[in-house]
Design a protein around this ligand. Structure first.
Ligand code: SAM
Ligand code: SF4
Length: 362
């Protein structure tokens, strides 16, 4: 049955569910092979790097799943200095990564939003405007997005986390600070402001169904999303969700393997359904499998986000347990990833921004 679905031009919701639900090894291999061919046809075999600078773990939010949530007192707070962040961006540029991603916890105070604006201006100045700048800094007012765009950042990643509003409400405290409607409105605002917009979901959340995941993929298309950054949910034992999953025995080797495979299937089905978007093989895939990111590339992903956060800070940006690359330096990450990319037959788009083709066609 899966072969018939893979030959279709238009996939229905039922088709997406069948593909996501398959557990047969040969069917999964056929799915990944078809997604890889779609990637070659629409975006080619070049893999683009976004050097990831996790510049602050201070967050005003308290998402139940995240290791740097505001209530987690086991984490040492840090803010990289302006010079340290700019230095990491310059390293990224000199090593011919086409882009940098600035990621942090969420803050909306003026000190913070002004700091980010200055950072964008300085990074552009010091790198001759040659580095693509992606932001992943959460929900903000339109005026802030406008200022950051005017300063010279051009992509924004804001995961919707799940497109099921009831599930969204279950995984975020209902304190007025966590709001599905606002997150959705921010995605629309970012598009209106002119950003290339990325979103994504966590895969394998407690209570999430295959139908939810198929809806998530349809949401990406319906909302004209340019970039997808999604990965398996991974337990952080310092969080309420992590503790619940551990208590229910939901973090066995078998459960982790299932979440990993579901993550790969989501990449593949998203590639088949959306075709010309950029899709990241995220660090979370590697956290569950040592060759997770290579498998992600083989399932249709074309973006990698090597961590370039200054050593010494990395161990305090633990969104979840067993996060890989925490002990490595940026140089070690670079060498390790290059070997991983070529091992699957892809090549690295060094020095190229690698914008999402979808953005220019929408
Ligand atoms: N604070 C910003 C936000 O939430 O959009 C950006 C940084 S936040 C750490 C980036 C992403 O990390 C979130 O969108 C979420 O999907 C992911 N994340 C957090 N905890 C996770 C976990 N336990 N497993 C997998 N992904 C997680
Ligand atoms: Fe903060 Fe983002 Fe983590 Fe939520 S997912 S607690 S907003 S860093």
């Amino acid at each position: 049955m899966i072969e018939t679905i893979l030959q279709k031009e238009q996939l229905s919701h039922a088709d997406l569910c069948t593909l996501l639900a398959t557990k047969d090894r040969r069917d999964m291999d056929a799915l990944f092979a078809a997604a890889y061919q779609t990637k070659l046809k629409y975006v080619g075999n070049k893999v683009y790097y976004r050097g990831l600078i996790e510049f602050s773990n201070v967050c005003t939010k308290d998402c139940y799943y995240c290791g740097i949530r505001s209530s987690n007192t086991n984490v040492l707070s840090f803010n990289m200095s302006e010079d340290e962040i700019v230095e990491a961006a310059i390293w990224t540029w000199k090593n011919r990564y086409g882009s940098v991603t600035l990621q942090s916890g969420e803050r909306e105070d003026a000190d913070f939003t002004d700091f980010v604006e200055r950072l964008i201006l300085r990074i552009n100045e010091e790198t001759n405007n040659e580095l693509g700048i992606t932001l992943c800094i959460g929900e903000q007012e339109r005026e802030v997005y406008e200022r950051w765009f005017a300063a010279g950042s051009h992509r924004y990643l804001l995961r919707i986390e799940t497109t099921n509003p009831e599930l969204f409400a279950k995984i975020h405290p209902q304190d007025g600070n966590h709001n599905f409607e606002r997150r959705l409105a921010c995605i629309k605002t970012l598009q209106e402001v002119g950003f290339q917009v990325g979103t994504g979901v966590m895969i394998g959340l407690p209570g999430q169904t295959i139908e939810d995941l198929a809806n998530d993929i349809m949401f990406f298309k319906a909302h004209n999303i340019d970039m997808i950054g999604m990965g398996p949910y991974i337990v952080s034992s310092d969080t309420p969700m992590g503790q619940e999953v551990l208590a229910a025995g939901g973090n066995s080797a078998k459960a982790k393997r299932e979440r990993f495979l579901l993550g790969l299937k989501m990449v593949a089905v998203t590639r088949l359904y959306l075709k010309d978007v950029n899709i990241a093989a995220t660090t979370a895939l590697q956290a569950l499998n040592p060759v997770g990111r290579e498998k992600g590339l083989q399932a249709g992903a074309n973006i990698l986000m090597p961590i370039v956060t200054t050593e010494g800070y990395r161990e305090n940006y633990q969104l979840y347990d067993e996060k890989p690359c925490v002990e490595d330096t940026a140089d070690e990450c670079k060498d390790c990833l290059a070997a991983r990319v070529t091992s699957v037959g892809d090549e690295i788009g060094f020095g190229e921004r690698g914008d999402s083709p979808h953005f220019f066609d929408r």
